[in-house]
Design a protein around this ligand. Structure first.
Ligand code: A2P
Length: 282
């Protein structure tokens, strides 16, 4: 995003009432997010404890000895003392180093063999040190979650798993598994993400054009986006909609003044196509 866009957007979001901010080192805007939070604290609008900031451990930093220094780097960029949640961004590891997407001469990703359980133990140590209030994972399937949950000597289990989740990809099985284990699902791309062909599977139709979502929206005087968000929060899935547009940032927050009927929830659930927009082909 152009310089300053993220700073402005986060400040508008906080003024609107958002408190959960989903970030990552690889978004390369943590300095702007941190500045927005600090400015709003200085203004007296919020206190640090009102904000819930989620940071992420990137693929090149899975070796256990890199976990704490990586989080410390994020805290330095944010200029904050702790993150509320720190998560392993992806279950696969890349070759450690300064190159974020390391590739060989044939353009293939250079992976790195690490033990996710050892990475998790380093995450636990970050929580024990107070650098992260809670720890979790992202893009983990059931088997990968079970590896952590069944780890001998597990000290802290993952509190959340951030995965793609919206009416065209409702995640019924993973959601049920996570419910059983008290793991919160945080749904990314809750609006069906952007239509950027460089990383989005655009063969799946745009979510917000869906006729069912739009028809239900009409009834409540809401947009398809608001219906898609309401659907997830009403079934206990946290949503992290992304927008850099002030009007849409506000629109995405106006979802607490109505509720969908059971029949409407079922109708929306039936839209599931089991197709991802974010295929993560790596
Ligand atoms: P913009 O930043 O111009 O608002 P997701 O949260 O699923 O990743 O989707 C993000 C995409 O959806 C962005 O391209 C964003 O563009 C767009 N978007 C965000 N909120 C809305 C909304 N209320 N209506 C339509 N598009 C939206």
């Amino acid at each position: 995003t152009p310089k300053g866009t993220c700073l402005e957007s986060v400040k508008i979001a906080i003024d609107t009432g958002y408190r959960h901010i989903d970030g990552a080192f690889v978004y390369f805007n943590e300095h702007e997010v941190g500045q927005a939070i600090r400015e709003k604290i200085a203004e007296g609008r919020i206190k640090r404890e009102d904000i819930f900031y989620c940071g992420k451990l990137w693929n090149t930093c899975h070796p256990p000895e890199l976990v704490r220094p990586t989080l410390e780097k994020t805290l330095k960029i944010l200029q904050l003392d702790y993150v509320d949640l720190y998560i392993i961004e992806l279950p696969m590891a890349f070759k450690p180093g300064d190159v974020i997407y390391p590739r060989d001469e044939n353009g293939k990703f250079i992976y790195h063999e690490t033990d996710l359980c050892a990475t998790w133990e380093a995450m636990e140590a970050c929580k024990d040190a107070g650098l992260a209030k809670s720890i979790g994972v992202s893009n983990f399937n059931r088997r990968q979650l079970e590896m952590i949950l069944n780890k001998p000597g597990l000290k802290h289990k993952p509190v959340s798993n951030q995965v793609e989740c919206h009416p065209y990809f409702t995640q019924p099985k993973l959601l049920e598994f996570c419910r059983q284990h008290d793991i919160v699902i945080v749904g990314y791309s809750p609006l069906g993400t952007s239509r950027d062909e460089t990383w989005v599977n655009v063969s799946s139709p745009p979510l917000l054009k869906d006729t069912v979502l739009n028809a239900i929206g009409k009834k409540y005087n809401k947009t398809a986006a608001q219906i898609a968000l309401r659907f997830n929060i009403q079934r206990g899935v946290v949503v992290i909609p992304k927008s850099f547009n002030p009007q849409r940032i506000r629109e995405n927050f106006q979802i607490f003044d109505f509720s969908l009927t059971e029949k409407e929830m079922k109708e929306i659930e039936a839209l599931n196509k089991n197709v991802r927009y974010v295929e993560l082909l790596m």
